[in-house]
Ligand binder design. Structure first.
Ligand code: TTP
Ligand code: MG
Length: 401
């Protein structure tokens, strides 16, 4: 029976950013370490070490609140380059055991080790070996969850954190999973949870026992899926190259901004960053969105779909300008602004419907410029070369001169 079940593992690093900082500066070991933005820039907590969590500090909390709860904490800025490097190291360890690795974020991945067992021992042995290798080679702790589907593996990795190892076998669904609150299920947002709780459904087990017709009536297709998952049914495969759904950058200003030229300059930089990321991931996108958050926290998102997939700065920035022109009233104060490109495809999956009458000289010029800039930036790491900025206003779309 066991051999017919899949062996799915979920690995999640413990207090990832903070643990890396503690590793690299031993004086920080055992101390409350908080990594995130600055108070001045109205930043939020990216993560807090387990010592800091005792004071109630957690991810996404405004820094001001974190300082209030933990005034003696050690506050550090985010060093993405370093965390990405560590992420690549752990992902490389995973790949030694299976090609079926689905990275969910920098510090988290699903592994399908069903076929690896012949070579490397039981799934439990593989999980323990992965933990040991991460400790030995990267000097960090990971929590491993093991089960027969993704939902249960992810639930398991969270059960014994930090430095955890937890397995949920098919016969343990009732004893280990059903007593948990429904909020622990993926896809159960607080609204859904509140509604179910009002009906007296508070545990995953109660949900598993509910009438599917009623669930479908209340929550549609999602209700049926939740019922299946609660009963241990989740056939989603581990998908090795998981394509991100969008690439975006946004920034919260230290002070609200209402000057058009400032907003435009910032959008220019954000767009340049987004396009650079698209190109370095061999992705192109078709939908361009802007996000504007006003001082009262009210936000709008507006999108436009282009005619062709692109990762070039010029068409994306032209779309951004067009969106601003139609959706932003000059002089209005803005708290946050963002740009993102979605509707993505891998470069090699795009079949260009070439417009026979289109003069593609400009397109060629843009491609050449992009690849030169990317290769220089790739070589010297980061932002060596940037486009020079010519301020044009929303109404004159940026053209490459
Ligand atoms: P998580 O795995 O959610 O958190 P964690 O690794 O810090 O702690 P643990 O898993 O032990 O509970 O996220 C991984 C990293 O992603 C985290 O170290 C920082 C970053 N992150 C943010 O920047 N903002 C967020 O809101 C969250 C949740 C995470
Ligand atoms: Mg983590």
């Amino acid at each position: 029976m066991e051999s017919e079940q899949r062996a799915i593992m979920h690995v999640d690093m413990d207090a990832f950013y903070a643990a890396i900082e503690q590793r690299d500066n031993p004086e920080l070991k055992g101390k409350p370490v908080i990594v995130g933005g600055s108070i001045e820039s109205r930043g939020v907590v990216s993560t807090a070490s387990y010592e800091a969590r005792k004071y109630g500090v957690h991810s996404a909390m405004p820094m001001t609140e974190a300082h209030r709860r933990c005034p003696h904490g050690v506050y550090l800025p985010v060093d993405m380059q370093k965390y990405r490097r560590v992420s690549r190291q752990i992902m490389e360890i995973f790949h030694r055991f299976t090609p079926e690795v689905e990275a969910i974020s920098l510090d988290e991945a699903f592994l399908d080790v069903t076929g690896s067992r012949k070579l490397f021992g039981t799934a439990e042995e593989i999980g323990r070996e992965i933990k040991r290798l991460i400790q030995q080679e990267v000097q960090l702790t990971a929590s491993v969850g093991l089960s027969y589907n993704k939902f249960l593996a992810k639930l398991a990795s969270d059960m014994d954190k930090p430095d955890g190892f937890y397995q949920i076998r098919p016969e343990e669904l009732e004893s280990k999973v059903w007593p948990l609150p429904i909020r622990r299920m993926m896809g159960v947002g607080s609204k859904t949870a509140q509604m179910l709780e009002k009906m007296g459904v508070t545990t995953i087990g109660q949900l598993a026992g509910m009438n599917t017709g009623l669930l479908e009536h209340l929550l549609g297709k999602q209700g049926i899926m939740m019922h299946e998952v609660a009963n241990g049914i989740d056939n989603r495969p581990v998908e090795p190259v998981r394509e991100s759904k969008s690439v975006g950058r946004e920034t919260t200003f230290p002070q609200d901004i209402s000057e058009q030229y400032l907003l435009e300059t910032i959008l220019f930089t954000l767009t340049d960053d987004v396009c650079h990321t698209l190109r370095s991931s061999n992705l192109k996108g078709k939908t361009v969105s802007i996000k504007i958050r006003y001082p009262d926290f009210h936000s709008i998102t507006r999108a436009v779909t282009l005619e062709q997939y692109t990762s070039s700065f010029e068409p994306v920035f032209a779309a951004v300008q067009q969106l601003m022109q139609h959706n932003y009233k000059d002089g209005t104060a803005v708290r946050l602004i963002g740009v993102s490109v979605s509707n993505l495809k891998k470069d090699d999956q795009i079949v260009e419907q070439q417009d026979l009458f289109q003069d593609d000289t400009l397109q060629k010029k843009q491609n050449a410029l992009n690849s030169v800039m990317d290769s220089i930036n790739g070589k010297y790491g980061g932002d060596t070369v940037r486009r020079a900025r010519k301020l044009t206003g929303w109404d004159k779309n940026g053209e490459l001169s």
